[in-house]
Design a protein around this ligand. Structure first.
Ligand code: NAD
Length: 291
């Protein structure tokens, strides 16, 4: 049986590394990651995958192979800092993604699978205007849908809701909430909750996101695979689950909560989330008792 070549952009990142790992479970798959290490890390590399270092804008030169499927996760992926990083956001998400979509058209891939952002569904579907990140993500959804119309490009679009779990970054400017709270907990610091703390998110286990996008790559078609848990939690509820002191700080509380209709993912892909974030935190606290 000939091996299937699959490209994962952003394969050294949080969700992308799990996508790489799950795809490698099938020995018939050859996995090539393309990542510029803007936020990716070599410690996320999975044995057996091939790693190419570079920007998606150069995908044509960096991937001479004819891949079967492209999972496109390699984009600037943070909301709050996207205001000050707007140039990088534009370069990485607009210029880079245009090159990926063109690459898929020219190489006639059997499917382009895109990791879109659920932020688009906030404010009655007007969420794209909340910040530069959401704008680029929603614009790329439009672009991919139009490539489907214009060129019959086969594609599937998944919407991720707040990934959490192993390999999440807790340090620096691009830290995400659960890993940041874990780090503060381990360092004996109060957990910093951005006011008002009532902002809610549908925290979804990273391995469930990875499984969902792979299912969409295998059997999905078109737009609308929302991969999010139904029960959301406020940031205050999340901090409480750690059972340690917290501190309310000022900052960008982020976007409005996004609407979530996982019907298409459940009915067409049989996708179900498997882990509740509060259970994950309880397990973390149990296995890391604070001195
Ligand atoms: N994690 C979430 O909650 C969430 C929610 C909605 C959408 N998404 C989308 O899922 C994808 C993965 O998100 P993540 O949380 O794993 O982020 P991440 O930052 O951990 O992973 C993104 C990876 O892509 C790489 N990258 C960024 N721009 C690139 C470019 N132009 N060329 C090559 N590599 C590039 C980064 O170095 C990083 O390794 C992103 O497209 C993100 O927008 C994530």
């Amino acid at each position: 049986m000939t091996r299937k070549t699959i490209v994962v952009t952003g394969g050294a990142g949080h969700v992308g590394s799990h996508v790489v790992e799950m795809l490698l479970a099938d020995a018939n798959n050859r996995i090539i990651s393309l990542d510029n290490y803007f936020n990716g890390r070599e410690e996320n590399h999975i044995a057996g995958a091939e790693y190419r270092r570079g920007h998606t804008k150069d995908i044509e030169a960096l991937i001479p192979e004819m891949p079967d499927t492209v999972y496109h996760l390699g984009e600037y992926a943070r909301i709050a800092p996207s205001f000050e990083d707007v140039r990088q956001v534009y370069q990485m998400n607009m210029i880079g993604t245009f090159a990926v979509v063109e690459f898929c058209r020219i190489r006639k891939v059997s499917k382009l699978v895109y990791a879109a952002s659920s932020t688009k569904f906030a404010i009655e579907g007007d969420g794209r205007h909340q910040n530069p990140y959401s704008f680029t993500k929603a614009t790329n959804v439009d672009l991919i849908n139009d490539y489907g119309r214009w060129y019959n490009l086969p594609y599937a679009i998944c919407y991720f809701y707040n990934g959490f779990g192993p390999r999440e970054r807790g340090d620096g400017k691009y830290a995400t909430l659960i890993a940041k709270f874990e780090r503060q907990y381990l360092e004996g610091l109060p957990l910093t909750v951005v006011a008002p703390g009532t902002q809610r998110r549908a925290f979804t286990y990273v391995k469930d996101l990875a499984r969902g996008i792979i299912l969409a790559g295998q059997t999905g078609f078109g737009d609308g695979y929302a991969l999010g848990v139904n029960n959301s939690y406020s940031v205050l509820q999340i901090a409480h689950a750690f059972g340690t002191p917290m501190e309310i700080v000022t900052g960008y509380a982020g976007r409005e909560e996004s609407a979530n209709d996982p019907t298409k993912a459940r009915e067409e892909l049989g996708w179900e989330p498997t882990l509740d974030v509060i259970d994950y935190i309880r397990d973390f606290v149990r296995t890391h008792p604070r001195q």
